[in-house]
Design a protein around this ligand. Structure first.
Ligand SMILES: [Zn+2]
Length: 135
């Protein structure tokens, strides 16, 4: 991400904006960061899929590709994971550009609200999407 920051003339530290302990890489931000790992844990636990918890050093693309869901469940998983990544990215940008403090509960609330909107919009009646209303 350093290259993108330099290319776009953005100036902020190389450290992860959530934990300030590791370099900000896409894998750290989306999988390895302590805040992000709490998000994954909360959501996967709510979906009764705790065994899907990515390892601290897992590459996001490998972890995502290895999930066992197929068919309609696969589509729901892809949609859900995309929403999670998008929400993490939006929260990261609020922390970096709006100087908001990283906040697990705000991120979880935002995720659940957007998940409910998504469920109401495109998945009404689908049991695979009801996970967003849990917790
Ligand atoms: Zn971090």
């Amino acid at each position: 991400m350093q290259i993108l920051r330099v290319r776009h003339g953005l100036d902020h530290p190389n450290a992860c904006p959530f934990c300030d302990q590791d370099p900000e890489t896409s894998n750290h931000l989306f999988v390895g960061c302590s805040l992000t790992r709490q998000i994954w844990f909360e959501l996967l636990y709510g979906w009764d899929c705790e065994d899907w918890m990515p390892g601290h050093d897992d590459a996001l693309i490998d972890w995502w590709s290895d999930r066992p869901a197929a068919g309609k469940d696969r589509k729901s998983l892809v949609t859900s994971v995309t929403l999670i990544l998008w929400s993490i990215w939006k929260h990261r940008n609020k922390v970096v550009f709006d100087k908001e403090p990283p906040c697990l509960s705000k991120l979880l609330l935002s995720l659940r609200e957007e998940g409910e909107l998504l469920t109401n919009y495109c998945c009404s009646g689908a049991t695979t999407c009801s996970c967003w209303t849990q917790g």
